[in-house]
Design a protein around this ligand. Structure first.
Ligand code: PBG
Length: 311
């Protein structure tokens, strides 16, 4: 197989997305010193529309234009946050994931300008987040706080916080690290306090499925452990068939002994009901583990909760 001379990389054009592309370029340069790369930034619907995502085909709002550039041949390689790639449907026909990069921190962080922790926030403090997953969990554990809708890329959210539009923010640790703003974190929340979203902290490389040389060239960037975790998590979400307003959370982990487990939850929007499942793969492959955990939640009534939420 010949390594392509030029690889055109498409991605969203937010500072976080462009930092992700730089990581991919650096890893590619280390693996294939001769290769040239070019960046093709695109604006996605999710970046342009700052209202409720369910009004603009919430699913795929951050990926549609990126997929289109790949399929049209304007670019060869797409870099996605796995978290933003819909899992209820297959990847766009003609494309495949060629690698999952080694996973970053999966946790959420509190950003409070005065350095307070979540438990220290006073009654009525306004926490900026539009995530149904974060809203449901905060409602359950910190009902005295008020969530205010907050959209836009991470830099814009930090600017809105600085302008006083909220008292604190919840953002992914990995995202803040990528934009070089780990300094604003006042508390890193444990996965027990704030269960992360499916695919948290994972970057996926997507290629056209007939581009065998490129798939071969980038597959060396993949991390086997992350691959197992991403496969279990995405199959879980696929079987559950959530929609963009479904408060669903969970994460798979390969432990020191190499054993894979998947923990996941479905919440009602008010956080009052929380379904839990946690299973070890044992002899199951990652995708079957994901299926099993989804079925465990369906047995507890996950379908009724998910379908009962407007979307
Ligand atoms: N919806 C935007 C988005 N997509 C992925 C991440 C975080 C980085 C990751 O999990 O890969 C973020 C920001 C956030 O949720 O704070």
């Amino acid at each position: 197989m010949a390594v392509p001379e030029l690889i055109r990389i498409v991605s969203r054009d937010s500072p976080m997305a462009l930092a992700q592309v730089e990581r991919v370029r650096a890893e590619l340069a280390a693996l294939h010193p001769g290769v040239r790369t070019e960046v093709v930034p695109v604006k996605t619907t999710g970046d342009k529309w700052l209202g409720d995502l369910s009004q603009v085909e919430g699913k795929g709002a951050f990926t549609k234009e990126v997929d289109a550039a790949l399929l049209s041949g304007e670019a060869d390689l797409a870099v996605h946050c796995v978290k933003d790639v819909p899992a209820d449907r297959p990847l766009p026909a003609g494309t495949v994931f060629a690698a999952f990069l080694e996973r970053d921190d999966i946790r959420d962080a509190l950003v409070h300008p005065g350095g307070l922790t979540l438990d220290e926030l006073p009654d009525g403090a306004r926490v900026g987040t539009s995530s149904v997953r974060r809203v449901a969990q905060l409602a359950a554990t910190h009902p005295h706080l008020t969530c205010v809708p907050f959209r836009g890329n991470a830099n814009r959210r930090l600017a809105k916080l600085a302008a006083g539009e909220a008292d604190a923010l919840l953002l992914a640790v990995s995202g803040l690290e990528r934009i070089g703003r780990r300094d604003v974190i006042s508390e890193v929340l444990s996965p027990e306090t704030m269960m992360p979203p499916i695919g948290a902290g994972i970057l996926a490389l997507q290629c056209r499925e007939d581009d065998a040389d490129l798939i071969d060239a980038v597959s060396g960037l993949g991390d086997p452990r992350t691959h197992r975790e991403a496969t279990a998590e995405r199959m879980f979400l696929h079987v559950l068939q959530g929609h963009c307003n479904s408060p669903i959370a969970g994460y798979a982990r390969v432990d020191r002994g190499g054993e894979l487990s998947l923990r996941a939850c479905v919440f009602t929007p008010d956080g009052k009901t929380r379904l839990n499942a946690h299973e070890w793969a044992g002899r199951l492959d990652p995708a079957t583990l994901g299926t099993s955990v989804a079925v465990a939640l369906l047995r507890q009534g996950a379908r009724e909760i998910i379908d009962g939420i407007a979307h």
